[in-house]
Design a protein around this ligand. Sequence first.
Ligand code: CAA
Ligand code: FAD
Length: 380
Amino acid sequence: MNFDLTEEQLAVQAAARDFAQTELLPGVIERDEHQKFPAEQIKKLGELGFLGMMVDPKYGGSGMDTVSYVLAMEEISKVDASASVVMSVNNSLVCWGLEKYGTEEQKQKYLKPLASGEIIGAFCLSEPEAGSDATSQRTTAEDKGDHYLLNGTKNWITNGNSASVYLVIAQTNPEKKHKGINALIVERDSPGFVVGPKENKLGIRGSDTHSLMFTDVKVPKENRIGEDGFGFKFAMAVLAGGRIGIAAQALGIASGAYELALKYSKERKAFGVEISKHQAIQFKLADMATNIDAARLLCLQAASDKDNHRDYAKSGAMAKLFASKTAMDTTVEAVQVHGGYGFVKEYHVERLMRDAKITQIYEGTSEIQKIVISRELLKN
Ligand code: CAA
Ligand code: FAD
């Protein structure tokens, strides 16, 4: 496999790096501290085409490949994982799902403003009692002829209070189990739809995580994605690609922490020399760099599988499993390299360490990635 980047991919990477340094870095500590959603920065990311990166330009997107998306996600996540999760959800769950499975009317009405960054979207699968066990949907979408009546609660929804469009997974025919589930497009101002309070989180504190309550929300039939009963397959298909985005987010968190640790190790002196001269520190840097390179290769492999229409459920899950562990291990060691300074906010590594943890939980925990990988391995 050849991972030499094209001119276009390098340009996307450079643009994302520049945006992260100039627009995201100033204020990232304050946004984390006060749990402030990066609204202005997200608007600018949309204007630059980073919110609908892989969408066809005829629907307002940038028409780029998944490799470019991975490169951009890494650069943005090096600095601000709260911003990159907004980007990941909008690009790979909401926009990709609508472009791949939506009707032409749904694309015109919803995908266009989502891909151009005019509005952002949310993907609503998890519930208080259905996280990893995603088929156990308690939210119901009762078939009422020309519309569905939506009732239930969704938990932990990223962009919960900032989105204008929500892709909601709900059970229509419980007797058909996962084959009775539907995916519905719900508008923010639908009567009966209430956004719950913001979660107070360990990491990605700038992102906007809420529970959502639906009480007799009327959703027109034309807002169903795919055939009746396609909702669970839709969620699984969307998540297979989404996991590549979260893998790239984890990679970015790891490489951001590594770059800070490398720089600091050459500045800080102890026992008369830079700490980078101590073998214990050198070995930490060697482990970090090796794991980061391996994580990057897995991310690029999964992205390349998707771009070349090969199956990417396994390679995406492998990338997420490995990159998220790399993010956790690397950020913990980056704090260690910084000593006491690593424990305070202005050196950034403590935030990266807190942000890293979520990459092992959302879009399928590490245990779930192992289920996905092993099922694929044992398929034949
Ligand atoms: N593409 C299409 N269909 C797929 C698929 C894929 N990649 N993977 C599975 N399916 C289909 C199966 O073929 C099956 O359909 P059929 O019966 O018609 O063949 C159906 O989905 C059910 O599959 P399983 O029998 O494997 O289902 P399961 O109950 O054993 O669960 C699971 C499998 C992998 C554990 C799944 O429940 C899962 O992925 N759980 C984790 C949920 C998750 O990732 N949530 C993330 C929420 S979004 C989020 O977190 C966003 C964010 O943070 C930013
Ligand atoms: P559980 O499923 O209860 O898991 C608890 C533990 O048991 C985990 O360690 C898990 O790995 C383990 N476990 C469960 N089943 C098995 C098994 N079969 N084998 C081995 N181990 C198992 N969801 C959305 O739909 N949309 C979003 O936008 C979204 N954003 C999120 C943002 C944040 C900040 C957070 C925290 C979560 C978000 N989620 C979102 C939900 C997320 O996807 C779930 O939290 C995740 O899938 C795990 O589900 P759970 O929390 O119910 O944990």
